[in-house]
Write a protein that binds this ligand. Structure first.
Ligand code: PMP
Length: 354
């Protein structure tokens, strides 16, 4: 005797039962709308119809989606990044199918921003090129543009019809004040640019493991911004379907509540001040240990990193002789320097540089 077939009705019913439950545990492709609104307000200082966004897999994921968007819709299929820049920018954009070009940012010899070089390169680029800009706490140099320099960059980008793309991975880390750190983004919004922005919550909210980010676009109007976001969704769906839910709820809890937000702002200042005090301590210890090199740049720089000026050989010697690890371009994470290890680090740096 053959077994009875299961009823179709049963299958239909189970779909009805499970569908709403599944739905409750999923974010839509674009992510959590409450989080996107909070993120937009955090960066731009306001919400507006012509600013729309999607939740992303942290800063890296947002960069990749924007790179793919450029590859699909931007006629030039290239992007200018500062020299130097965060090492991962280059493969992210290359893997998205773009040609990566560099614009001058840092004067390695004099350890300061090469502003003339930057302006010359923006001027020389074809009209309508896309430029990646670090919104604050430039990684790895720790040197940001002044207000006046940002205004000049905004002017030239408007004149050349360039497309700005801000990467904001350290809001709150540069000055200790999240509002101040958003000033370049807000200036460009005020000045009427159309532009993209990717935000990471890895460092400022300590959410590295949760992959929390937001990719937003300032369109000429709401219709344009919504059309771009719809294309972002078209890229997200075949990449990872939809983003995770947990980390954004932490952000919503904090940024959606005035007293929690005030606490975050205070703690951010505390953290930025601690890093700055470690810069001073590191230099004081270097001088005390007998180093005659000029270390002024370490205290002039801001953000999480010291672009120390150590050569590749010196970095390797520090690793081999003292078990101190930093990137081969000499970038030291100041977040790892404490009152307990600062003397050891200074002695080790002096040992490999004397
Ligand atoms: N942009 C910059 C400039 C960064 O330094 C980083 C992280 N080091 C990121 C983006 C991406 O970080 P995440 O993917 O962890 O948000």
């Amino acid at each position: 005797m053959s077994r009875p077939r299961p009823s179709c009705m049963l299958l239909t019913m189970s779909t009805h039962i499970t569908y709403p439950l599944t739905f409750l545990t999923l974010s839509p492709i674009s992510g959590c709308q409450e989080f996107i609104g909070n993120s937009i307000e955090f960066a731009y200082g306001k919400r507006a119809d012509n600013i729309q966004g999607v939740q992303t897999l942290s800063g890296t994921g947002g960069l990749r989606i924007f790179g793919e968007y450029l590859n699909k819709f931007f006629p030039k299929k290239n992007i200018y990044v500062p020299n130097p820049t965060w090492g991962n920018h280059i493969p992210i954009m290359q893997n998205a199918g773009l040609e990566v070009r560099k614009y001058r940012y840092y004067d390695f010899e004099n350890r300061k921003v090469d502003f003339e070089g930057l302006i010359e390169d923006m001027d020389a680029a074809d009209d309508g090129s896309c430029f990646l800009l670090h919104a604050c706490a430039h990684n790895p140099t720790g040197y940001d543009l002044s207000d006046n320099e940002w205004k000049q960059v905004s002017d030239i980008m408007l004149r050349k019809n360039h497309l700005p793309f801000f990467d904001c991975a350290y809001q709150g880390f540069a000055s200790g004040n999240a509002e101040t750190d958003a000033k370049a983004i807000r200036l460009f919004e005020d000045e009427g640019h159309t532009f993209g922005l990717v935000q990471s919550y890895s460092k400022n909210f300590g959410l590295y493991g949760q992959r929390v980010g937001c990719l937003s676009i300032v369109g000429k109007d709401a219709e344009e911004a919504k059309a771009v976001v719809s294309q972002f969704k078209g890229l997200i769906r075949p990449a990872y379907s939809n983003p995770p839910r947990h980390g954004v709820r932490i952000i919503n809890t904090i940024l959606g509540d005035e007293s929690m937000k005030a606490l975050f702002v205070d703690e951010c200042k505390f953290m930025a001040d601690r890093i700055n005090s470690m810069r001073v301590e590191l230099v004081n210890n270097l001088i005390a240990t007998g180093s005659t090199r000029n270390w002024d740049h370490v205290t002039n720089q801001i953000g999480m990193f010291a672009f120390s000026g150590l050569t590749k050989d010196e970095v390797i010697a520090m690793r081999d002789r003292h078990h101190i690890y930093c990137t081969l371009d000499g970038r030291i994470s100041m977040a790892g320097v404490t009152t307990k290890n600062v003397k050891y680090i200074a002695d080790s740096i002096h040992d490999v540089t004397k």
